[in-house]
Ligand binder design. Structure first.
Ligand code: NAD
Ligand code: DAU
Length: 332
């Protein structure tokens, strides 16, 4: 598999995967990215031009997608509108990119026979009770809550239908919450880090009891590469690293690392329909494909992520005021 098309490869997780591919394979990589507000050319800086090229374009535009897919052996599909809060303010781009965009890619790989890996989210399963010992598995019924997670659930269904009806050579992965460098500052962990670095305060939705299952983005990348190389066609693999933490716990860790008192935060308006808890059982991926996470120490990963945002203020600073004004307008 020498020529790999990575959609959304200038975003947070997609760009990490492009670096991972360059360091762990000898593939030629093309990034197809619309360069929305969430994308960043800097996240791809320093990669060899002989190995990686960027095409700016929309995955929902067949005129762009078809010749690109034709020229590649595999497509790894990260491109999406990815932020739940934005999907509550305006669902429309989520439907266009996450559903129509995925449909456009599937039609292209149907024609060429290229291998397709669809990157999805654990949010398609809805949420778990806080006191429920259960975790999501590949058999958990779909029950998405937000326009974002409903659009990702719909895209997963499209992929399965194209496998069954048209023989498309696809796999799907559903991963839990990622953290690490290059994550947009609209998201929970970088928002709180950059609030404190900018002299502001931490903003916790509701009581902060909601639980997320954190995984370092580098572990997500190694799992996707493993599935691309060895996953069984038509199968779904859940990706997680046993990183459950309440939002309050995460906030207290960030405050502690940055030298603030542990109650130095504001409770703000809760997210509508806010999912309570996500938790991943990744036994299938570990046992069938032999994958294990390498970045399981969340406290250490968080400290390194904080260092990264401290050292890369020039990257996040220009977006900070607009992101915070938009949150403030919603009481968040
Ligand atoms: P992100 O918002 O940081 O990046 C998304 C990228 O997709 C951006 O570069 C953007 O420009 C691009 N894009 C958006 N619309 C496009 C279009 N129409 N055509 C081409 N490119 C387009 O997102 P992320 O957090 O890196 O998430 C990447 C993928 O991983 C998404 O599919 C998301 O659902 C999935 N995922 C994310 C997480 C997480 O914790 N962030 C967890 C599990 C799965
Ligand atoms: O589970 C995987 C999903 O994780 C991905 O599919 C999504 O693309 C990704 O954005 C993420 O979704 P969440 O909604 O869980 O992530 P977010 O960073 O927006 O919020 C994490 C938790 O923190 C959530 O419970 C809401 C809360 N929160 C968020 C923000 C931005 C706060 O308490 N304060 C905040 O300021």
């Amino acid at each position: 598999m020498q020529r790999i098309l990575v959609t959304g490869g200038a975003g947070f997780i997609g760009s990490n995967f492009v670096h991972h591919l360059v360091h762990h394979t000898d593939a030629q990589v093309t990034v197809l990215d619309k360069m929305t507000y969430a994308a960043s050319r800097e996240s791809l800086a320093g990669l060899p031009e002989s190995r990686v090229s960027l095409v700016v374009g929309d995955i929902a535009d067949a005129a762009v997608v078809d010749p690109l897919v034709e020229a590649h052996d595999a497509v790894v599909h990260y491109a999406a509108e990815s932020h739940n809060d934005n999907s509550l303010s305006d669902p429309s781009p989520f439907i266009q990119t996450n559903l129509i965009g995925t449909f456009t890619l599937l039609e292209a790989v149907r024609r060429t026979g290229a291998r397709f890996h669809h990157v999805s989210t654990d949010e398609v399963y809805g949420d778990l009770e806080l006191d429920d010992p259960a975790k999501f598995t590949e058999a958990t019924p779909y029950r998405p809550s937000s326009p974002y997670s409903a659009s990702k659930a719909g895209s997963d269904h499209l992929v399965r239908a194209w496998v069954r009806s048209f023989g498309v050579q696809a796999t799907i992965s559903n991963c839990s919450n990622n953290y690490g460098p290059w994550q947009h500052i609209e998201k929970f962990i970088p928002r709180q880090i950059t609030n404190l670095l900018a002299g502001g305060r931490v903003k916790l939705y509701g009581a902060g009891a909601n639980v997320r299952d954190w995984i370092h983005t580098e572990d997500h990348s190694s799992a996707v590469l493993r599935i691309l190389e060895a996953g069984r066609i038509g199968e779904t693999y859940l990706i997680g690293a046993d990183g459950e933490k309440s939002n309050l716990e995460v906030v207290r860790m960030i405050l502690g690392i940055l030298g603030h008192a542990e109650d130095d935060f504001d409770h703000v308006t809760d997210r509508a329909g806010h999912d309570l808890r996500y938790a991943i059982d990744s036994t299938k991926l570990r046992e069938e494909l032999g994958w294990t996470p390498q970045y399981g120490d969340f406290a250490d990963g968080l400290a390194r992520t904080i260092d990264w945002y401290r050292e890369n203020e020039a990257w996040w600073r220009p977006a900070k005021e607009a992101v915070e004004s938009s949150y403030a307008a919603k009481g968040q």
